[in-house]
Design a protein around this ligand. Sequence first.
Ligand code: NAD
Ligand code: DAU
Length: 351
Amino acid sequence: MKNILITGGAGFIGSHVVRLFVNKYPDYTIVNLDKLTYAGNLANLKDIEDKSNYYFEKCDICDFGSVSNIFRKYDIDGVIHLAAESHVDRSIKDPFTFAETNVLGTLSLLQAAKSHWNGNWENKLFYHISTDEVYGALEMNGGFFVETTKYQPHSPYSASKASSDHFVCAFHDTYGIPTIITNCSNNYGPYQFPEKLIPLFINNIRNRKPLPVYGKGENIRDWLYVEDHARAIDLIFHEGRIAETYNIGGFNEWKNIDLINILIKTVDNLLGNPEGTSTHLITYVADRAGHDLRYAIDSTKLHKELGWSPSLQFEEGIERTVKWYLNNQEWLDNITSGDYKRYYEEMYKTR
Ligand code: NAD
Ligand code: DAU
């Protein structure tokens, strides 16, 4: 597979995957298909946008006609599908958009791939990026999510991702289209949209704004540095077994409030503030509706089969991440002011 379609490549994880593939595989054609919703930002890819093996297509995955044209135009043989609405809080307010993009959008891509490949499945792959949230929530001492854990999504976001996973499996089982699904834990690192916990809180500490902790801050998430996720995607895309599911995670669970205290300490330290300066910003607010208590991924299968393990210790990853946001204040300010959208909207109007 040399003509690769990466959807959602202007988003957080997608931009890391695009960068890795464009730099590592100069003989591949890498097509980034993205609608540029509020979460899509081409500034995330500034360093690689002029590479000769990189192409960008502004397109909605729900637009079956345009997606099919892109398959034909580049003779796509591999798909890495990341495009999605990804924020749980938004899904609680607006579930329809999540069903449309995550379910119907995935179906549109599957159908376009099936038509273009037309039964010739050799050296073809539809790789779907999913989440650990489809498994539901674990008790405090309730073990781990494994690949065979029953799907039990709670939020409209996780329900839409679970539904898209089922469509991917159905297209394999019904038509034979070669598929792989991976379910990953919470990612962190550069270029994450500052509505998610880690970049939001770094930005708020920097601007001396309140840090809204949902409930008692006792929920647990399992954090993985985004470049380790991108490395896993690369490995699985090239060496994973067809029709398999792989869990991706770093056995790195943190209670929200403990993670928040690490963020406060790291930001204060890097800004030269005395320890504890920003602790008073912690503000307990109403809990998220249906807030999942704990996620924890068992990625033993991926480790045993393909030899993947995370490369970065959490302390190092957090320090690297905080430094990145503090050194890229313009990137953050362009998002919070809305300038990133205006700039690219103008650019596409004039093309
Ligand atoms: P993100 O919100 O940062 O980026 C999503 C991207 O998809 C954006 O560039 C957006 O413009 C694009 N997009 C949205 N709707 C589209 C549409 N209709 N057509 C074309 N493009 C569209 O998301 P992310 O955090 O990078 O997550 C990427 C994928 O990984 C998602 O499928 C998500 O479910 C999954 N995932 C995320 C995490 C995480 O911690 N962030 C963990 C596990 C799995
Ligand atoms: O587990 C993988 C999932 O991780 C991905 O599939 C999702 O796309 C991604 O958004 C993420 O979901 P979470 O809901 O876990 O991430 P979020 O950053 O929104 O929240 C992390 C935890 O912090 C969660 O327990 C809610 C809490 N939180 C979040 C925000 C934004 C707060 O306490 N305050 C906040 O302001």
